[in-house]
Design a binder for this molecule. Structure first.
Ligand code: ATP
Ligand code: MG
Length: 197
């Protein structure tokens, strides 16, 4: 794959094998890649909206969602990460960590442990912290959190971008990444205000 230009702050770089998984060999700029991914995500969201049965608390569905959002662009879409990243758990721990997260999320909705937005913020943070996939974790986990909100709480989605472009460096993204880092350190407050709680 050609040099794609600098990734925004908080993005995970791909290793060479993962970069090889790009289905479009002509892509040379990050803007082109973003556009291809955006088109794929748009069709994935249509699929998601049409589904009559979906369960975001099943690990197979979490993987299938990633496949539908990124599978037209990346050969490894929907497959759990096998390489180490600067973010995320050891690849061997991903499947277990995902199961624990989904169990916790089920408990939170069954027992009204948190406000729906707090449950979704914690769900989102844990998912990106585990870092299930080689790439697309942020976008996948924002959509997954919105599905969790809708299906488990009947709550409207989070306004993640709030008028900004969350995929580029700007104040909204800085606030988002900073809030995730504070949540890594155990302080969830900044992420709660980010999601509008
Ligand atoms: N310190 C951190 N702790 C937890 N999650 C983080 C941290 N830094 C970044 N992230 C998450 O990882 C995402 C980047 O991972 P990745 O590149 O796989 O996803 P993406 O969807 O391609 O990213 P982006 O949201 O930048 O488009 C960020 O969007 C954010 O959700
Ligand atoms: Mg990325």
């Amino acid at each position: 794959m050609a040099v794609l230009g600098r990734a925004p702050d908080g993005a995970t770089p791909l290793d060479p094998d993962e970069a090889e998984g790009l289905k479009f060999k002509h892509v040379t700029t990050r803007a082109e890649l973003n556009a291809l991914e955006q088109a794929n995500i748009a069709s994935g969201l249509l699929w998601l909206g049409r589904l009559r049965r979906r369960d975001i608390l099943q690990d197979a569905f979490v993987r299938r969602l990633h496949l539908r959002l990124f599978g037209e662009v990346w050969r490894w879409a929907g497959q759990l990460r096998r390489t180490e990243k600067n973010i995320g758990v050891d690849p061997r721990d991903i499947a277990v960590q995902l199961r624990m997260l989904l169990d916790d999320a089920r408990y939170w909705s069954a027992h009204h442990t948190y406000h729906p937005l707090e449950a979704a913020a914690r769900f989102h943070h844990r998912m990106v912290q585990v870092h299930l996939f080689p790439n697309g974790n942020g976008r996948h986990a924002r959509i997954a959190a919105d599905v969790y909100l809708r299906d488990c709480f009947g709550h409207k989605p989070i306004d993640w971008a709030a008028g900004a472009d969350l995929l580029r460096d700007n104040a909204r993204r800085d606030q988002y990444i900073a809030a995730l880092r504070r949540a890594d350190a155990g302080e969830v407050g900044p992420l709660l205000s980010f999601v509008g709680l």
